[in-house]
Design a protein around this ligand. Structure first.
Ligand code: AMP
Ligand code: ZN
Length: 480
């Protein structure tokens, strides 16, 4: 069996064959660091991490590059509006550079908490301005660019396959759209390669260039940095589906126009995370971050488990209920692993369960990373192990736990660490509530103690007061 991936470019599942023997070049679009990333972005990054881990599990040597967008991503996809970095800076009364640094660090903390492997290379757009200028110059020499009063643009009419990735009907964009578009762009799909700083004003982030002072357009950074680190043609490029019609379409156009070679062989796109059945929006107050998840008493691994429960090409609906269910399902795996640490029998049944778990695992992931099927296989194995336990039959705990830990190299649920810390790994916010309740009880302030108990329950935890102190457990249902 070999790994099969769905390629957005060809709209079909294809057997994955790397360009260079055993080496895989993987580029994944990273965050724009003007704010905390939200759980939708995290779904994309967990998918990238899963793909990378599975490629490594299958024996490939992966070079994973993820960019940090710290300049040039404008509020509007149409190359207008404020730079998100400067918007973030204004919101917080800091410089754009400070904002970039603090939210890059926050992203790295979130990545660690979610057990995302650190990319091999994490280039920042602001640290690669000369590469971007050089690429624009190549395009200019080949006649793919034109100037307007506010920048240098890519002329999409010069690139015959423009829009192929998204099956875009560019021709169909009527002259009406063109008229409404206003400005000096020749075609609606044309996009900025370089934007000039506004006349009479100094931007916080700006650089000199052959065309005038300004900053790179958003798309050019991913072409320049991916090709710098992975070559002009490389294996896999990932991102969310929202990037298909604009960002990735433009990356292909400018890269292939410059080099005359195919840019990326396989494009993998994750579907969106919805919240309460709809879009996440600041105005709806539902753009949750990992910090919100932790503050509500859930572990980042519960979120990771929730993501794995849906195929990456299906939409996934986030609710607090679903997150609670995911946390409990994960706890049931950890409970089983604790049992396994205690069992040392030898049995052919154990060998059979372990073998079929590993087989189902590889078969499912080979089939375009079918993680829901992997989780189903895990829970089948758990049920079979408990059946042995009920019948007092020998269980080879070492063999079986080794099989689970092996799968976890790909799933990244941190099973080994969680299993060895007992009994329940409490998030900081919950621990603080439990301690506050203990202090209230000691001071005989039972009203406060009761109120804190209810607060814990709202977060999905119950407390039993025992002779050895409070015992905290996840409740079987979340009250909200
Ligand atoms: P951005 O910082 O906007 O470039 O987004 C970083 C990554 O998150 C990109 O790959 C986006 O496609 C992806 N993304 C953004 N919103 C969502 C969402 N709601 N669900 C899944 N992926 C998303
Ligand atoms: Zn990108």
């Amino acid at each position: 069996m070999s790994l099969v991936l769905y390629n957005t470019l060809t709209r079909q599942k294809e057997t994955f064959v790397p360009l260079h023997k055993n080496d895989v070049g993987l580029y994944t679009c990273g965050p724009t660091v003007y704010d905390f990333v939200h759980i939708g972005n995290l779904r994309a990054f967990v998918f990238d991490d899963l793909l990378r881990r599975y490629l490594a599990y299958r024996g490939y040597h992966v070079t994973h590059v993820m960019n940090i967008t710290d300049v040039g991503h404008l509020v509007s996809e149409a190359d207008t509006g404020e730079d998100k970095m400067e918007k973030g800076a204004r919101r917080e009364g800091k410089s754009a550079w400070e904002i970039a640094e603090s939210y890059t660090n926050a992203f790295l903390e979130d990545s660690k908490a979610l057990n995302l492997l650190a990319p091999d290379i994490m280039p920042r757009a602001t640290a690669h301005i000369p590469d971007q200028i050089a690429l624009i110059q190549r395009l200019e020499e080949k006649g793919y660019t034109y100037r307007t009063s506010d920048g240098v643009y890519f002329d999409t009419s010069r690139f015959p396959h423009y829009g192929r990735l998204g099956h875009l009907n560019i021709e169909g964009q009527s002259s009406d759209v063109r008229k409404r578009m206003g400005g000096e762009k020749r075609q609606p799909a044309d996009f900025a390669l370089w934007k000039f700083s506004p006349t009479g004003a100094t931007r916080q982030m700006e650089w000199g260039s052959p065309w005038g002072k300004g900053f790179p357009g958003w798309h050019i950074e991913c072409s320049a940095m991916s090709m710098r680190y992975l070559g002009e043609t490389f294996d896999i490029h990932c991102g969310g589906v929202d990037h298909i019609p604009v960002h990735h379409t433009n990356e292909i156009a400018q890269s292939e126009a410059a080099t005359g070679k195919p840019f990326v062989r396989t494009w993998c796109h994750n579907e969106f995370l919805l919240v309460d059945g709809g879009k996440m929006a600041k105005s709806l107050g539902n753009t949750y971050t990992l910090r919100d998840i932790i503050a509500r008493g859930f572990s980042p691994m519960a979120l990771r488990y929730l993501f794995l429960g849906a195929h990456y090409r299906s939409k996934l609906n986030f609710t607090w209920q679903a997150l609670g269910d995911a946390g409990r399902a994960l706890d049931s795996i950890v409970d089983l692993l604790r049992l396994l640490l205690d069992r040392s029998g030898e049995s052919s049944e154990s060998v059979g369960i372990s073998r079929s778990l590993t087989e189902r695992f590889t078969e499912a992931l080979d089939d375009d990373l079918n993680t829901p099927e992997v989780l189903a296989a895990i829970h089948t194995a758990i049920a079979e192990i408990y059946r042995l336990e009920e019948r007092h039959q020998p269980i080879d705990g070492r063999l079986l736990s080794a099989a689970f830990f092996d799968l976890d190299k790909v799933l990244g649920l941190n099973l080994a660490a969680t299993t060895s810390t007992s009994p329940v790994l409490l998030p900081e916010a919950i621990r603080a509530l439990v301690e506050a309740r203990e202090r209230a009880r000691t001071a005989q302030d039972f009203a406060t103690a009761d109120q804190l108990r209810r607060e814990l329950l709202r977060h999905g935890f119950t407390v039993d007061d025992t002779a050895e102190g409070p015992k905290v457990k996840r409740s079987s249902h979340q009250s909200d």
